[in-house]
Design a protein around this ligand. Structure first.
Ligand code: DON
Length: 309
């Protein structure tokens, strides 16, 4: 057993009695059915070692973690011109907030709040039907993880399609300001499907590994993005990846990371490893409560914080 395996198992064991803490997201009805006591950790190092604990092989709804993958895809298609459509500043507000959008004329603060991710999805949709765009996103995530069995959970996608009223409000608002090229229902059709991707911690950690390894996936040898782009995506994850909890997460953990309301968090330790945790109970900012604690413990034990050991 390597030290890292022992650390991962220790953290899992230490937090196991706290399973079920936090609130499972229920504004997407299908997510409310998830067992709150699930808890998994996966660490994949840049040299390919895999360390797992708990429910690390069980697929869950990645939700907003998908925003990292669609941002990467959209940057590949549109380059730096993407930044005409979305900003790069933390919002200091909830992920689904609408107030800032009116004051800032429909230009979302960053690509990780819902409004910003909807703008990014609008760019991915360019030149495609929604079905083709969804196919492209799924293929891209499979390519990143080098796993062919990653799928969209259609029940989750349908559930959000039927109840995503705030997202419809955000998208229609942006459309009213001329900030979306496609009708709100088409963009959201794609957005809800990307959010409904089901992946395990192990698959997620593999998919994020290019961000820990200067843009190149060390498992496949594929150069996904340039060194500079990987660094910049990490910077956005650090500053905006946890919404109005981003400052606190940087303070406690110190790693670029992106959360999802399914209870997953993908974190990047540059030059070291890609980490995925999953525990469905959320804190007041909509980020995994136990997942954040697990990452705080991991950063402390490994000295991996980007701010110093
Ligand atoms: O758009 C939504 O509300 C969800 N599909 C995703 C939100 C989310 O994951 C926020 N993250 N913690």
């Amino acid at each position: 057993m390597t030290d890292l395996q022992a650390i991962v198992e220790d953290i899992h064991a230490a937090l196991l009695p706290r399973r079920g803490e936090g609130r499972v997201a229920d504004y997407i009805p299908q997510l409310a059915h998830v067992d709150a006591r699930r808890f998994g950790i996966a660490v994949v190092t840049v040299d390919g070692a895999v360390h797992l604990a708990g429910d690390a092989e069980e697929p869950f709804s990645i939700q907003s973690i998908s925003k990292v993958f669609t941002l990467t895809l959209a940057l590949g298609k549109h380059g730096e011109a993407l930044w005409k459509r979305v900003g790069r500043e933390p919002s200091g507000l909830a992920f689904d907030s609408i107030v800032q959008l009116e004051r800032e004329e429909g230009l979302p603060r960053n690509p990780f709040i819902n409004a910003g991710a909807i703008a990014v999805t609008d760019l991915v949709l360019a030149g495609h039907t929604p079905k083709e765009a969804i196919g492209e996103i799924v293929r891209f995530v499979r390519y990143l993880a080098d796993e062919d069995d990653i799928i969209v959970d259609q029940a989750v996608a349908r559930s959000e399609q039927a109840t995503g009223f705030r997202n419809f409000a955000l998208a229609n608002f942006m459309r009213a300001f001329g900030r979306l090229d496609h009708p709100a229902e088409l963009v959201l059709g794609v957005y809800f499907h990307q959010c409904a991707l089901a992946m395990s911690c192990r698959q997620l950690a593999r998919a994020g590994l290019f961000l820990a390894a200067n843009g190149r996936n060390p498992l496949t040898g594929h150069r996904v993005v340039s060194h500079l782009r990987a660094r910049r995506i990490n910077a956005l994850m650090l500053t905006c990846g946890h919404y109005d909890g981003s400052g606190d997460f940087a303070y406690r953990v110190g790693l670029p990371a992106k959360s999802g309301v399914g209870g997953g968090i993908l974190a990047v330790a540059p030059g070291k490893a890609s980490i995925a945790v999953w525990s469905p109970g959320l804190n007041e900012n909509g980020n995994s409560l136990l997942g954040s604690l697990a990452l705080e413990m991991l950063a402390a034990r490994t000295g991996w914080s980007v701010f110093g050991a």
